[in-house]
Design a protein around this ligand. Structure first.
Ligand code: FE
Length: 198
């Protein structure tokens, strides 16, 4: 799952730049709009949004119930909407059942709550293997699950995008919502890690 560049190919940044230049020259994209889009995903849309959703669910049982019943609507309550967030389904991880997310076809991902996907999420090896041998892939990524924990792989598409509500770690009973949000990681909301205790 490393960020390698296949032999003989330019780094992705250079390829993206060349593509943007070409599209701009042909009048197909506006560089100002492109810059705004990149800025948005760098500063205001990312896993910090999902972390706020998770922390709210951990501290407000009624919100948690709404979140699991209708993820899109409950996430919109906190102001997180937009492309890639039209239909988000939230699944809860428990000691008995662990959910992990993939897009086997490409890289569908709940942008309003997680931002843009990490490169390993788009890696063909992750996409193929996590379906066939999720327990082994998770172990390689540092998450060893007990044999009695059932693993459910959720395949995101452009129609339905998944978000994991991770388990609240022990020792956080007295933490306020804002501090809980700071513990929640991107990987825990994809389901390839647990939220570490403080
Ligand atoms: Fe996809």
């Amino acid at each position: 799952m490393s960020e390698t560049t296949p032999a003989g190919r330019l780094p992705v940044e250079l390829r993206a730049e060349a593509l943007e230049q070409l599209l701009t020259e042909r009048g197909l994209v506006d560089p100002v709009v492109m810059d705004e889009l990149v800025q948005t995903y760098e500063t205001s849309v990312g896993p910090m949004n999902g972390a706020k959703v998770v922390a709210r669910a951990w501290t407000d049982p009624e919100y948690r119930r709404r979140l699991l019943a209708d993820g899109t609507a409950a996430i919109a309550e906190l102001g997180f909407t937009g492309p890639g967030g039209e239909h988000i389904v939230v699944v809860e991880n428990t000691p008995r059942r662990h959910n992990v997310i993939v897009c086997t076809l490409c890289s569908c991902y709940p942008w309003p709550v997680l931002g843009l996907p990490p490169s390993w999420y788009k890696d063909p090896a992750y996409r193929a293997r996590v379906v066939r041998e999720p327990r082994a892939v998770l172990a390689e990524m540092g998450l060893e699950l007990p044999a009695e924990t059932e693993i459910v792989v959720r395949d995101s598409t452009s129609e339905v995008r998944w978000l994991v509500l991770p388990q609240r770690p022990h020792g956080t009973e007295n933490l306020p919502e804002e501090q809980l949000a700071q513990l929640v990681t991107r990987d825990a909301m994809i389901g390839v890690a647990k939220v570490p205790p403080p």
